[in-house]
Design a protein around this ligand. Structure first.
Ligand SMILES: Nc1ncnc2c1ncn2[C@@H]1O[C@H](COP(=O)(O)OP(=O)(O)O)[C@@H](O)[C@H]1O
Ligand SMILES: [Mg+2]
Length: 241
């Protein structure tokens, strides 16, 4: 059993404090969902966890099983069991999926064969595995390819930023089912940023966290998604900002 703890995280971007004391704690096998209005800092959280330059951590910590993730290089973060899927996956010309996986610590044994099987399970054309990462892929293919990476790396925790944006119903279903399976297959903890309840129909959340203005302002069970659908984020907006 593993624990991911984000505590008092403050992150500055372009001279502005965007995350203002973000707290969230979760365990293996759980599905936590972050919802919040545009500009509330959700992607900033994902970028800060990825160690992206320009996202300056002012304070706070992010620990997996007591180890400070923020002190590690991006590759070490992956090797320590953190998987991140960004809202806008970058094209990486010259790098093939298998290279990424090896750099992140994947076991070389039968790797290509295992990738093929995982691609088939999310209905991704296997020829995509031999192309450069994300180059000339559709939105749906990118997300399915990320699910192949996830399945090979078997991270302790996977954070996915708007994994559902731009996906058709079939791709969304494939991704949600793969994530759901990951929670039982190797007890993966899933932290998903989403705007859509559609994802939550196939991926049952343990907890939902509402984020406004850089911090978690409400936490509840799956029923919170219904409240948000009905009332929007207005009732959750901070009074003094
Ligand atoms: N690289 C960046 N440069 C300048 N401002 C940024 C950058 N990334 C995020 N911001 C600003 O930080 C705030 C939060 O953005 P973001 O984390 O992308 O929000 P969300 O994902 O919740 O929509 C916004 O005001 C956005 O303009
Ligand atoms: Mg975003």
């Amino acid at each position: 059993m593993s624990t991911l703890t984000i505590a008092g995280l403050r992150v500055e971007v372009a001279g502005k404090e965007v995350l203002k004391g973000f707290d969230l704690s979760m365990q293996s096998g759980e599905v936590h969902v972050i919802m919040g209005p545009n500009g509330s800092g959700k992607s900033t959280l994902a970028h800060a966890l990825s160690g992206r330059p320009g996202y300056k951590v002012l304070d706070g910590s992010v620990k997996i099983d007591g180890v400070e993730i923020l002190d590690l290089s991006p590759t070490e973060r992956a090797r320590h069991g953190l998987f991140l899927a960004m809202q806008h996956p970058m094209e990486v010309p010259g790098v093939r999926p298998i290279d990424l996986l090896l750099a992140a610590g994947a076991d070389q044994h039968d790797l290509r064969e295992r990738m093929t099987l995982e691609a088939q399970s999310v209905e991704l054309r296997t020829e995509v595995l031999d192309r450069f990462v994300n180059v000339d892929l559709s939105g749906g293919e990118r997300k399915r390819a990320e699910m192949v990476q996830l399945a090979i790396l078997r991270p302790k925790f996977a954070m996915l930023d708007e994994i559902d944006s731009g996906l058709d119903v079939d791709a969304l279903g494939a991704v949600a089912r793969r994530l759901s399976l990951a929670t039982s297959e190797w007890n993966c903890g899933v932290l998903a940023i989403t705007h859509f309840r559609r994802l939550l129909q196939e991926l049952t959340p343990t907890m939902i966290h509402v984020v406004t203005d850089g911090r978690v302002v409400a936490t509840g069970g799956p029923e919170l998604a219904d409240v948000l659908e009905r009332d929007g984020y207005e009732p959750f907006r901070p009074v003094n900002s």
